[in-house]
Design a protein around this ligand. Structure first.
Ligand code: F0G
Length: 454
């Protein structure tokens, strides 16, 4: 437990500290474990990729999160993701050519970074003999849970989603893979509270990022970034912030690598909130909340959340994946920023959608929440916090097909559709729209249109 140092058994599944009530953290007795002497030794593991565990982009790094014996591991080959240089997007955000990389987590089996954590949570669930697993979700966790249930046959999946709060790509995955799907009248924050109660009542295994084993799996996103950059850390990692699991996990990964003498220089972390769901930005950047060696100001957090309740303010952004007002991993995220140093910024839905279109035009497709990282980076370069010669990796957390409605509404020339989906969120124009061209069913007209536009 990061604040009070109490310890519990590895089989514990409430994920809360019995002494202080905070979220549990996984710690290892490193000096009793075999570890490579340098990060570059992982290249040898990759030669054994016919072995299922060494093929997985998560489990081939299992020496750095050794909580389960190999025979318990549940893997579907997740983590085959790429860290790609993108000069087109670098130019958009104001970085020099060769300075921006996009870590494309949309390539995972369920189309988002969640699979990195789900494979680890499932492995722990299997250790504990769980037969049912549940989550509250803005869509990607539920898609991932549903997929791992269907693929492994080990558990029945139960998902809680806020009504009307989940994009169709994600909902379709949960339905297709056979999860019991419960839509509650409320949003993600409501659903997350409920699912914790229900998991306690019914003894169901919880796979939200409250689960510390999920965060262990998500550390591997950073190992793969380092691997792609030949084990030289970038200056910055930029990541969207929702429930703050990723940033917590990234900070832990880097802190451990330093502790183990495997990395001396750590990248800084930039967390990007949507301005309609900006609790972390408000608390960290505006009100000065800090980890403070574990003695963070709980009162400050509570009074801000009370203010939101009093004003009846709920999270509101079209980046539905990060439409979250009460991030459960807030303390761990503070710890991550203390370990690595870093900043939090907020971006509007307009900036998010424009950045998303630029990512797409540059050859990788992502969903709105993911593009918050690129939009945030653009701000950070413009304000001079990130220099144009620094090396930056933005995490593209989910695939473009997750939220086709947002993409079509952006590119459409149907003003009513644009207004209904985007205009009411304050998006005024689709700066980089690629509109479909309407032509009569006539050969000459079609040829004329092609010659005009291409
Ligand atoms: N990007 C995407 C595509 C996500 O689905 C999420 C979270 C985030 C970013 C935020 O990550 O919580 O680690 O800060 N989605 C969760 C879900 C909440 O239910 O799928 P975080």
């Amino acid at each position: 437990m990061p604040y009070c140092r109490a310890t519990v058994d590895v089989g514990q599944t409430t994920f809360r500290c019995p002494r202080c009530g905070g979220l549990l953290d996984v710690d290892y007795e490193w000096d009793r474990l075999p570890l490579p002497r340098s990060l570059s030794e992982w290249a040898e593991v990759w030669f054994r990729r016919r072995e299922l565990l060494d093929f997985s982009g998560v489990w081939r790094f299992r020496a750095l999160f050794p909580f389960a014996a190999d025979e318990y591991v549940v893997t579907i080959g997740e983590g085959q993701t790429l860290c790609l240089r993108s000069d087109a997007v670098a130019s958009y955000v104001g970085l020099r050519p060769g300075r921006l990389y996009l870590q494309y987590e949309g390539l995972n089996p369920s189309g988002s970074f969640k699979d990195n954590g789900m494979t680890a949570a499932f492995t722990h669930a299997r250790l504990t003999g769980a037969k049912r697993a549940a989550c509250a979700s803005t869509g990607n966790t539920s898609a991932s849970l549903a997929l791992y249930c269907a693929a492994s046959g080990l558990m029945r999946g139960i998902i809680f989603i806020g009504s009307g709060k989940i994009s169709y790509g994600k909902l379709s995955q949960a339905l297709e893979h056979g999860a019991l799907t419960i839509q509650i009248a409320g949003d993600f924050d409501d659903a997350l509270r409920r699912v914790q109660e229900i998991a306690r009542h019914l003894g169901i295994y919880l796979v939200n990022s409250i689960n510390p084993f999920r965060l262990e799996g998500q550390k591997t996103i950073m190992y793969r970034v380092l691997e792609a950059l030949d084990w030289r850390p970038p200056d910055w990692i930029v990541v969207p912030g929702g429930n703050l699991g990723n940033v917590s996990s990234f900070g832990k990964a880097f802190g451990e690598l330093r502790q183990l003498g495997l990395l001396s220089q750590l990248p800084r972390l930039a967390v990007i909130n949507a301005s309609g769901a900006n609790t972390f930005y408000e608390l960290y950047q505006r009100r000065g909340l800090r980890w403070n060696g574990g003695h963070f100001d709980q009162q400050l957090i509570q009074s801000y959340l009370n203010e939101l309740d009093a004003a009846q303010r709920r999270a509101d952004t079209l980046a539905s994946a990060i439409e979250i007002q009460r991030p459960v991993n807030l303390p761990k995220a503070l710890r991550a920023l203390e370990i690595c140093g870093g900043v939090v910024r907020e971006v509007t839905d307009q900036e998010i959608l424009d950045a998303k279109a630029q990512v797409g035009a540059g050859g990788l497709g992502c969903e709105p929440a993911s593009a918050a990282s690129v939009a945030g980076l653009r701000r950070l370069v413009a304000e001079g916090t990130i220099q144009k010669g620094e090396t930056v990796v933005c995490i593209l957390t989910g695939h473009v097909l997750k939220d086709p409605d947002a993409t079509v509404a952006y590119h459409t020339d149907d003003r009513a559709l644009f207004e209904q989906k985007l205009g009411r969120r304050g998006v005024q124009h689709a700066t980089y729209a690629n509109r479909a061209v309407q032509v009569p069913n006539d050969l000459a007209e079609i040829i004329k249109a092609i010659e005009l536009h291409a």
